[in-house]
Design a protein around this ligand. Structure first.
Ligand code: PLP
Length: 368
């Protein structure tokens, strides 16, 4: 894959691997382009995709706020970007987390169940704006992950929440939240958005919500097989329903492209006809390809002449699952060569099983 010049020359200056390199100028340009394209909805960044504090601060000027999914994320994001608006979502919220959300003045609580709402009513001393998270029976074609299961509420549970809210004027019902799928391109996302708003607007009107707000979630596609492809934010914006207050909360499509996991080749060996490059580090630092079952795209920092040949890039773990890319064409590799895996800026380091085998952790670098 293409390795931007500024990232390549920075990597050449490093003397210790593995390392994560976050390209903050690249991220700034990307976030600015998304912000410019999105004229209709509010834009929140889902912090769980990558909560790195410098990344949050880089994004802050271009987003309307941050979506957080735990007490840990609440405290961390509040400290990293103190004045940002926060929306608190996620299943299994504890009383402590709900109390922290109120203490830290979150902008919205995304309520996941009548039981959660009951516990929130017990904590409330002042007005709180809530969205009810809906689990709607829409089948988005081509979704990579469908977010049904334990998330959100069906129509009966939503009705129970409305009944509870009638007795608790401190809790203001502002609208509905529906994050139903991930990995959708712009036309499929628009189709889903229309189904959500088509259901939610009459439901909210019937329940007396004026000026309703609908959070249509995140999940904008990132194609690991095509590192240059981008979600079409402008087409998405142009097709969204008008006249309703919308919010989106993507994570992956914002930060995936500007993180690099960089490491060096320890050994190259051929076993039973298959050539392996064994790298310092592995999927305990970059679990994304193992978790999603893809080949992580990469660039060799200083390529040799002589054409491409198939190689399997593996890490140091004692498991056959420690594969970063399998039988992919690459220039000839030798010990000491440096490989930079791209698209490692979201669901990468922070979803990985760092302590397995007790190898040293990567260093983190922020390119400015
Ligand atoms: C994970 C998540 C997101 C972000 O999803 P991406 O696929 O990273 O865009 C948004 N909203 C909720 C509720 C989530 O759980």
């Amino acid at each position: 894959m293409h390795l931007p010049h500024r990232v390549r020359s920075y990597i050449r200056s490093l003397d210790r691997f593995p390392a994560y390199v976050y390209d903050l100028p690249g991220l700034t340009a990307h976030a600015r382009a998304i912000r410019t394209a999105l004229t209709t909805p509010e834009l929140f960044y889902a912090a769980k995709a990558n909560p790195d504090a410098e990344i949050l601060r880089t994004l802050a000027p271009f987003v309307d706020g941050f979506e957080v999914s735990s007490g840990g994320e609440l405290a961390h994001v509040r400290a990293a970007v103190p004045n940002a608006r926060l929306a608190f979502g996620g299943p299994g919220k504890t009383d402590e987390e709900l109390a922290l959300a109120l203490d830290l003045n979150v902008d919205r609580v995304h309520v996941e169940s009548p039981y959660e709402l009951t516990r929130l009513t017990g904590l409330c001393g002042r007005p709180v704006d809530v969205l009810l998270r809906a689990n709607l029976p829409f089948q988005p074609p081509g979704a990579v992950l469908s977010m049904s299961g334990p998330f959100g509420m069906d129509e009966d549970a939503l009705a129970d929440c409305v009944a509870l809210l009638a007795d608790h004027p401190d809790l203001r019902l502002r609208g509905v939240h529906a994050h139903l799928a991930s990995g959708l391109d712009a036309p499929a996302m628009l189709d889903l958005a229309k189904q959500i708003t088509g259901w939610a607007l009459p439901w909210l009107e019937a329940n007396g919500v004026t000026d309703p707000e609908i959070n249509i979630g995140g999940g904008m596609a990132v194609d690991y097989a095509d590192p240059e492809a981008r979600f079409d934010w402008a087409a998405y914006d142009a097709g969204l329903p008008s006249g309703v207050r919308l919010r989106v909360e993507p994570g992956r499509a914002i930060t995936a492209y500007h993180g690099w996991y960089v490491t060096d080749v320890l050994e190259v060996k051929t076993t039973r006809g298959e050539t392996y490059a064994i790298l310092r580090g592995g999927t305990h630092h970059l679990r994304t390809p193992a978790a999603k079952g893809h080949d992580q795209p990469f660039a060799v920092v200083d390529e040799r002449e002589g054409g491409l040949r198939p190689v399997t890039l593996v890490g140091q773990l004692c498991t056959p699952k420690d594969v970063l890319a399998a039988r992919v064409p690459a220039p000839r590799l030798a010990p000491g060569d440096v490989v930079a895996f791209g698209m490692a800026g979201a669901y990468a380091w922070n979803i990985s099983h760092h302590d397995f085998l007790m190898h040293p952790a990567p260093a983190f670098h922020h390119l400015r």
